[in-house]
Design a protein around this ligand. Structure first.
Ligand code: IPM
Ligand code: MG
Length: 356
């Protein structure tokens, strides 16, 4: 197959890890006889520096034309500490999601057995945990009206969902549950929020169309607790944008480290594949970032956007073998890890490439 991939590294460690993810795609192309062509584009802080715009028109045009997007991260501490900044790197990310219609954010939380001891949760609670989150990505409090009133002394962000928006993400989650352990947990705050009551109503209404899927509803506070207490209870979880943002950071600890988790954002057009971790400016440029989330994002890209199952499996299996061989980046190493097995970003990438 011939495919055109847009590489959008963004900010901070996004640059370092995405370079490794791209090498993995290259290796797959060579191994399986595909032709992947690449283009690059700016987003986030680097785009603001170059053009004044966190999502330049040129980037958006390239995104719409490409077959898939390998994405890094956006963000810069300079804006985090300046609540008055009018232009922010994250605006680029949010606009991309909206413009590309990326309403479904899939975040698989899967623990490689070798990393059981890397998590701060007890191994016996964790072993076998395997959760697929469907986070709604283009609605909710993220995209509703926001502003200030009373001379700026009062601020508001409106959370809004339409039936249609809930139904399309819920259907994706039901369909995924059908191919997995056939359990779907819908997470909301229907005891307080009107958007959540609509959410629950819609999920309940379409549930009978998926008779083999067992549905449960949880309030978000309880779900946050169960995630740590008994993560194996969950199979597929579907939830709103803000709840999904928070719960998936929490759930990343089930997989040992944020540095292990990949995500896919899909919807109406080109799919975007990115680590769930951020730009991590504290470790940027040190060459120690874990590239496995970007590598696993490349695996999701191959599977979901290109339908290349064997290719995707080859990547995941290579990561598994590298972990079995004892190699670790700093974030997933523990006291037992020998010093010579702790690798930097590029060396970790090389170990994966060797095994593809
Ligand atoms: C994520 C991130 C983003 C979000 C930020 C960077 C805007 O935390 O993708 O989870 O909140 O969606
Ligand atoms: Mg987040």
């Amino acid at each position: 197959m011939t495919k055109n991939i847009l590489v959008v590294p963004g900010d901070g460690i996004g640059q370092e890890v995405t370079a490794v993810g791209k090498k993995v795609l290259d290796k797959i192309a060579a191994k399986f006889g595909h032709t992947f062509t690449y283009d690059e584009a700016l987003i986030g802080h680097v785009a603001i520096e170059a053009t004044g715009n966190p999502l330049p028109d040129e980037t958006l045009a390239k995104m719409k034309k490409s077959d898939a997007i390998l994405f890094g991260a956006v963000g810069h501490p300079k804006y985090d500490n300046d609540p008055t900044a009018k232009v922010r790197p994250e605006q680029g990310l949010l606009k991309m999601r909206k413009e590309l219609g990326l309403y479904a954010n899939l975040r698989p939380i899967k623990l490689f057995d070798e990393l059981l001891s890397a998590s701060s949760i007890k191994p016996e609670v964790l072993k076998g945990a395997d959760i697929l989150f469907f986070r709604e990505l283009t609605g909710d409090i993220y995209f509703g009206e926001k502003g200030r009133k009373n001379n700026g002394d009062t601020a508001f962000d409106i959370a809004e969902y339409s039936r249609y928006e809930v139904e399309r993400i819920a259907r994706k989650a039901f369909e995924a549950a059908r191919t997995r352990r056939k359990k779907l947990c819908s997470v909301d705050k229907a005891n307080v929020l009107e958007t959540s009551r609509l959410w629950r109503e819609v999920v309940q209404k379409i549930a009978p169309e998926y008779p083999n899927v067992q549905v449960e509803h949880q309030f978000v506070d309880a779900a946050a607790m169960i995630l740590i207490k008994d993560p194996r209870r969950f199979d597929v979880v579907v939830t709103a944008n803000l709840f999904g943002d928070i719960l998936t950071d929490e759930a990343s600890q089930i997989a040992g480290s944020m540095g292990m988790l990949a995500s896919a954002s899909v919807g109406d057009g080109t799919g975007v594949y990115e680590p769930i971790h951020g730009s991590a400016h504290d470790i940027t440029g040190k060459g120690i970032a874990n590239p496995l989330a970007s590598i696993l994002s490349a695996a999701l890209l191959l599977d979901i956007s290109f339908g290349m199952k064997a290719e995707s499996e080859a990547v995941i299996s290579a990561v598994d073998q590298v972990l079995k061989a004892g190699f670790r980046t700093g974030d997933i190493a523990d006291a037992q890890t020998p010093k010579d097995k702790i690798l930097g970003t590029d060396a970790m990438g090389e170990e994966v490439l060797k095994r593809i």
